[in-house]
Design a protein. Sequence first.
Length: 163
Amino acid sequence: MKMHTLTDGRTISDNKARFIIYEAFNHIKDIEGLPIRNKVRAFEEIKGMIPGWHVVGITKDALEVFKKLNYKRPPGRGEDGVNRSHQYSRSATYKSMFEKYDWSFKEFWDFIDERDNTVLATTKENYSKGEEISAYDVPEGLFEAYGFAYRVNEREIQFLKSL
């Protein structure tokens, strides 16, 4: 069973964490008068209980940046920046989430899990208005999130070298 360690040191199951997040979302969604921007920020903070922004692909240009930097994690910005670029617009995702009145637990998590996927893309690719085309699929569990960054450890380096 997948477990998560919370910021206060407690460990809870993935299912329990998902239930807490789902319940919190429903409370936040129902707060009258609270602007959607604030609802989104509160929700993102709570959703941070579990890792998100799962990397499912990498662009050719992003791979070239990794090679150029000898497979060290590139900065998030600048000429050699590589970011996790969402496959779906985050603002459109949140707009849909907060506009739909009644989500079942399964519908909610299916929606989030589908739209939480990212592609490693250069900063230029990420901030262009075009779609980032993944050249390579990334196996599940690589480039895991920590905060707004992602990890590049030995497993990730070996994967990148194999491409």
